[in-house]
Design a protein around this ligand. Structure first.
Ligand SMILES: [Zn+2]
Ligand SMILES: [Zn+2]
Length: 553
């Protein structure tokens, strides 16, 4: 209150000898409680706001290079001038107190340079009056993961400025506009004139005066916000908005995603896409990779050392919205998967020699078992891909391939293929082998397009007739082929097989070592239909009923 009498008076600025008004302002009431304000143009963004609120005439002391533009300090950078001013104040004995304070200063995110404010004329698109509509548009879109919608909403709710679409840069897309300096008329290019650089084309105003070309260029988001429309033009507008998907990272929800939504709303009253998939960053030891910090892994090097598929395999392991740390060992896992896929396929192709696409009348139980598992896998993967959860599709296929297919199934059918008791049981195995491997290749094709295509070309193309795996039909889930009872039998089979292998390894015997296997009565009842396969894969001379035991012969 004791300052209230100062309102309306003027304060004299030391050193410069000019006066500034003392005004009453709400921001001062909130922050310091005096309610009295004297404004420096421009200390921070609150000064900018206060100057606009009180319609004050700013005193601009910086030029575009960030140097003082007049007076005794002319030519100095902000930091140099700051030092000199302090020194001059000291000399004139004008400092009553000096202490350190900390305050927030916005900096350029790329180089850390402090930001200074300068008034310039720019082009804006009104959006502050459309927050409600933008929130509505955002909610019409399906966000993956869904919590990312909140980030969008927070951004829209917190907007304080309209959309500034122009920039004072040397390069960029020209703004196709001329302004008549005489009558202040703005002349936009005709649609048929586009694209046009106003600097290269003269325009006359209706008053007869030659209009001035716009020298500013469009900000990058002003054009990248048009990606759906640009996409449409590439297919002669044969597709309508909304598109199906925008994939992008979370750091540009407030720019690329937001402005694209704005543009599609303003020009088509539509959402640009029905779904948006938000990924995280690639990090190195938990830090975002950045060129200036130097903590960057060059993907080209990884591609050269390993392969595109190995890199993609690693990248596909990222969960939506979450950062993924780069570790070379994860690329190696991908590389191993490729090698395994190659070797297992080669082995399978060998076993499929002479197979003529016959479909057996009856499948053996263990063949039905893996086909049932495969169908569940197809269902999970299809659902995961449809929800953009590619990492789940990847890991489920990975587990199925390594364990169910390679570790177990390929071993189980060996004997039936090499020493079949009947033609039927061999064909049952070959048919199943053919279907399973083809399905695995297809499920993996979006993630590892090269190795899967190579293997498809090598074996499947001649039978399947589709010229590329990437043009082939996605595996279809068939509910009729899922059989829980059969899966239970097969799982019991795998359990016994696991125990036998473990026992042989523990006793340092070859996995082919012959044994006599004794299993409990209940298990025997379950395993009856698959004893022949079990005998073969465990190298059992005999399977007896009794308490569980494994004896070497
Ligand atoms: Zn900078
Ligand atoms: Zn004019």
């Amino acid at each position: 209150k004791r300052y209230k009498n100062l309102i309306g008076k003027k304060a004299k600025i030391p050193l410069f000898n000019f006066e500034v008004p003392i005004i009453s302002d709400k921001s001062a009431e909130m922050e310091k409680g005096t309610g009295v304000l004297m404004i420096c143009s421009y200390g921070d963004k609150y000064d900018v706001e206060a100057i606009n609120r009180h319609k004050l005439q700013p005193r601009v002391i910086l030029n575009q290079e960030g140097r003082i533009n007049s007076g005794e300090y002319k030519g100095m950078s902000v930091k140099e001038a700051r030092k000199k001013v302090l020194q001059d104040l000291k000399e004139k004995n004008l400092i009553s107190e000096q202490k350190s304070i900390s305050n927030f200063v916005n900096v350029h995110d790329k180089c850390g340079t402090e930001i200074e404010f300068l008034p310039t004329e720019q082009w804006f698109i009104n959006i502050l009056n459309k927050k409600k509509q933008m929130l509505e548009q955002g909610r019409k879109i399906k966000w993956h993961p869904d919590y990312m919608l909140k980030r969008y909403e927070n951004w829209v709710n917190g907007l304080e400025w309209d959309w500034n679409i122009s920039r004072d840069r040397h390069f960029g897309i020209p703004i196709p506009v001329w302004t008549c300096k005489k009558c202040n008329k703005t002349i936009a290019a005709e649609e048929k004139e586009l694209p046009v650089d106003p600097l290269q084309t003269k325009k006359k105003c209706s008053c007869g005066e030659t209009a001035e070309p716009e020298k500013k260029v469009l900000d990058t988001w002003a054009t990248s916000s048009l990606t759906p429309q640009i996409g449409l033009s590439l297919v002669n507008d044969k597709i309508n908005l909304p598109f199906s998907l925008r994939p992008q990272a979370h750091d540009i929800i407030r720019t690329w995603a937001f402005y694209t939504i704005v543009r599609s709303y303003l020009s088509e009253k539509e959402i640009p896409w029905s779904d948006i998939m938000i990924s995280g960053f690639v990090t190195l030891q938990g830090e975002k990779m950045s060129k200036s910090k130097g903590n960057v892994i060059d993907p080209a090097e990884v591609l050269k050392k390993y392969s595109a598929d190995a890199l993609r395999f690693w990248a596909a392991g990222s969960s939506l919205g979450e950062d993924l740390d780069y570790q070379e060992k994860d690329i190696l896992t991908g590389q191993k998967f490729i090698t395994k896929l190659w070797n297992a396929s080669k082995f399978a192709f060998m076993n499929l020699e002479g197979y003529k696409q016959e479909k057996p009348k009856n499948l053996e139980i263990m063949d039905k078992w893996i086909i049932s598992k495969l169908n569940n896998l197809v269902k999970t993967c299809t659902g995961s891909f449809e929800n953009y959860e590619f990492s789940r599709a990847k890991s489920e296929t990975e587990i199925f391939f390594w364990h169910t297919f390679c570790d177990n199934y390929l071993e189980i059918i060996k004997k039936r293929i090499y020493e079949p008791a009947s033609k039927e049981e061999k064909i049952s195995a070959q048919y199943t082998l053919y279907q399973c491997l083809l399905a695995v290749l297809k499920l993996m094709a979006p993630i590892m397009p090269h190795i899967t295509e190579e293997l498809y070309q090598k074996y499947y193309k001649k039978n399947e007739k589709t010229k590329s795996i990437h043009l082939s039909k996605w595996p279809e889930f068939d509910k009729k082929l899922v059989d829980e009872k059969i899966e239970k039998i097969g799982d019991e089979f795998i359990d016994v097989l696991g125990k036998v292998r473990q026992y042989k390894t523990k006793n340092q015997k070859s996995l082919k070592a012959e044994i006599i296997l004794t299993i409990e009565k209940e298990k025997m009842n379950v395993l009856k239909p698959v004893l022949k396969d079990l005998k073969a894969v465990t190298s059992s001379r005999e399977i007896k009923e009794g308490s569980f035991a494994i004896e070497f012969i």
